[in-house]
Design a protein around this ligand. Structure first.
Ligand SMILES: [Zn+2]
Length: 289
């Protein structure tokens, strides 16, 4: 399939690229790994792939794994050497197309809202849960950004005042207690998947780790439900691959902390589009154009 859009999902570890038709159709997904962990090598490789795959495209949509300002400029550095790289301008030059850039949590929310097959929704919260935790909120079909474009930092709500020190300077944030990185750390593993796999195999220590993670995660989810009153909260990112082994216990914990009359409102699911929510959202940046 050769859709009219080129879409990219750029994170610190890899970029995914695909053609999209703007109506939910996604072509074959190509990956460019950041093997050198150096933007000076990674970014030209992404541009080269975009130039090749983008031939004949009319527009480019980009999901970027970091803060993006209202003008679509990347405002953070998560890869050595990334500072000063203008993602939008670089891709516009490489492809000859207009480019729209949005952060990955917002793209994930747009992708799940428009192409997740969830049926009629008013408000959806998409939470990325991998290295960190962040959220995108779509309400009435529109992204909710906040006055400075900083809404959705739900990963930095404190869920345990006795918890670990967070990179943001606070203590016991949802992110430092329940992200993929946090689950791996608390379980003494290289990745969260290993903790879930060990727990599924009956390992007591791994089960105990998750029994400590789930209440923290649940308090974070309850705060999100109270704040945004969504029809649906979807969990994306690597941790979401745990599926119901994650969402069911976390929803049970969250209900303990919800206002009694709102407990039935909570609907927590893994992202319908798996690890491609952001690519679909990057295409949705050009909806109605
Ligand atoms: Zn924090």
């Amino acid at each position: 399939m050769s859709g009219r859009l080129l879409v990219l999902d750029i994170s610190g570890s890899r970029a995914l690229l695909a053609r999209a038709d703007g109506a939910g159709g996604l072509g074959e997904v190509r990956e460019v790994a950041n093997e050198a962990h150096d933007a000076a090598v990674y970014w030209p490789a992404v541009l080269a792939a975009a130039r090749e795959l983008g031939a004949g495209a009319e527009a480019v949509g980009v999901s970027f794994g970091g803060p993006v300002d209202r003008a679509g400029r990347v405002v953070s550095v998560h890869v050595p050497g990334w500072a000063g790289i203008d993602v939008g301008a670089g891709l516009a030059e490489a492809t000859g197309c207009p480019v729209r850039v949005e952060n990955d949590a917002n793209c994930g929310a747009l992708g799940e809202f428009h192409h997740g097959g969830w049926g009629e929704l008013h408000t959806l919260v998409f939470m990325t849960c991998s290295t960190g935790i962040g959220a995108g909120i779509v309400s009435g079909g529109q992204l909710f950004r906040g006055a400075r474009g900083l809404a959705g930092e739900v990963g930095h709500n404190t869920v345990d005042p006795q918890g670990a020190l967070c990179v943001c300077g606070s203590i016991g944030c949802l992110e430092v207690q329940a992200s993929g990185t946090a689950i791996a750390r608390r379980g003494g593993e290289a990745g969260a998947k290993a903790v879930f796999d060990r727990a599924a195999a009956g390992d007591d220590a791994a089960r105990q780790t998750l029994a400590e993670v789930f209440p923290d995660f649940g308090r974070g989810i309850a705060a999100v439900q109270h704040a945004y009153d969504p029809d649906l909260i979807t969990i994306g990112g690597g941790v979401s691959l745990a599926g119901r082994a994650l969402t069911e216990p976390v929803a049970t914990e969250a209900r303990h902390w919800l206002m009694r009359e709102r407990r039935d409102h909570l609907r927590l699911e893994s992202a319908a589009l798996g690890l491609h929510s952001q690519l679909h959202g990057a295409a949705a940046l050009w909806r109605n154009d």
